[in-house]
Design a protein around this ligand. Structure first.
Ligand code: PLP
Length: 399
């Protein structure tokens, strides 16, 4: 087989033009919906947000949904609503975006990391119980890339030790675990509608719960701790005063965002079908490559296919993961990393004394994983180009 020279070494790139790592797919429906909201005279939290909450709750099979301005806000509010604070511990993993652990620190609790499973990069349920202490208040599993965590085991541990389960479902809007929709499983679940997510409102998030009490607390804390939001205060029934019940936050979603979200929610399963087709193409193209491990391919679940993550076995290559990333960029393929080990970031090292060796599976993956483009706006030719570039670059550096 002819070995092609990567563009970084002077060869010709696979593509002439750069393929973005992600691009949101917004259509005429989104444009019309946003314009309708702009012309309605009500821009911030109002009827569109209420409708989006109701439709999202139905989609997630949850009793309540509270729309907020990010998943980070939803995670933060979940801890506040659960009265988790100083002296408490929350269990999560270091294979996540910083927001998951940052919010734990922000409420003055301590993030307690548990290493991940090498197949899914989700929390290793066999290692949770050894980290539980009298201070542990909650488990915060992250459904990495859209693959569900082992929720049966997590719920059993939580029940046994009287802990809350707060799910970080930033990647997992469509995910199902053993036929159960993520959003209907734990005590509270936080979703992200950030620009690169499967459903986007530019910035945005949602918290779902089956507890009326938690929903009410989250709703009040999401808007300054006030007893009534503006939409209700200015209702046709006459002016109503609000009361400040807590020093709350400013985390509410605007109707402009919700009008995007409603359109995107209607398209979400169609978008997923397109991504599933591209995932099958990637899986098929890389299955004979011994230096590539495909992450999160497990049976009997519904994967949201938010990210297509591969792990390059750098011990079999004459290149580091970062070199492979640079090569792919030079081939005009946008790539990303989800994630580097969070416990080795400067703040977490300094504050909690973490160093190399603390979480070996996370660290091994953190230096080898990379994410390839996966979104419904990709053309089949784009996917072929990504495949060609990965095979070319990894093939070239294979020892
Ligand atoms: C695992 C995870 N959790 C939380 C977040 C935070 O989401 P947001 O940007 O909506 O606050 C992200 C964002 O990418 C994420 O990947």
């Amino acid at each position: 087989m002819k070995i092609e020279i990567p563009a970084i070494e002077g060869g010709t790139p696979v593509r002439d033009t750069f393929l973005s790592f992600h691009q949101a797919l917004l259509g005429e429906e989104e444009e019309a919906s946003v314009i309708q909201t702009l012309r309605s005279g009500w821009l911030t939290t109002g009827p569109k947000t209420k409708q989006f909450e109701a439709e999202f709750a139905r989609y997630a099979n949850a009793e309540h949904a509270v729309a907020v301005n990010s998943c980070t806000a939803a995670l933060h509010l979940s801890l506040i609503a659960a009265e988790i604070g100083e002296g408490d511990e929350v269990i999560t993993t270091p294979m996540t975006f910083c927001a998951t652990a940052n919010v734990i620190v922000q409420v003055r609790a301590t993030p307690v990391f548990v290493d991940v499973d090498p197949v899914t990069l989700n929390i290793d349920v066999n290692k949770i119980e050894e980290k539980i202490t009298l201070k542990t208040k909650a488990i915060m599993p992250v459904h990495y890339a859209g693959c569900p965590c082992e929720m049966d085991a997590i719920l059993e541990i939580a029940r046994k030790h009287n802990l809350l389960v707060i799910e970080d479902a930033a990647h997992a809007t469509e995910t199902e675990y053993h036929g159960k929709k993520v959003g209907s499983i734990g005590d509270m679940t936080a979703f992200s509608f950030y620009a690169t997510k499967n459903l986007t409102t530019a910035e945005g998030g949602m918290l779902t719960t089956n507890s009326k009490e938690l929903e009410e607390r989250v709703r009040i804390f999401a808007l300054h701790g006030m007893s009534k939001d503006a939409w209700k205060r200015y209702s046709p029934e006459g002016y109503q005063h609000y009361q400040v019940l807590y020093p709350g936050y400013k985390y509410n979603m605007a109707d402009i965002q919700a009008s995007l979200g409603l359109c995107q929610l209607a398209k979400i399963e169609g978008f997923l079908k397109v991504r599933q087709k591209y995932v099958a193409a990637y899986d098929n193209a890389f299955k004979d490559m011994d230096a590539i491990i495909r992450i999160g391919r497990i049976p009997d679940i519904k994967h949201a296919e938010h990210l297509y993550v591969i792990m390059v076995k750098t011990e079999m290559l004459n290149a580091s993961r970062d070199m492979i990333l640079s090569c792919l960029q030079k081939e005009n393929i946008g790539v990303s990393v989800h994630f580097q080990s969070l416990h080795l970031q400067p703040y977490y090292r300094q504050q909690f004394g973490f160093s190399e060796g603390a979480f070996p599976v996370t660290e091994y993956a953190g230096e080898r994983i990379l994410s390839l483009p996966l979104y419904p706006g990709l053309k089949e030719q784009d996917v072929d180009d990504v495949i060609k570039a990965v095979r070319k670059v990894v093939g070239y550096y294979r020892q």
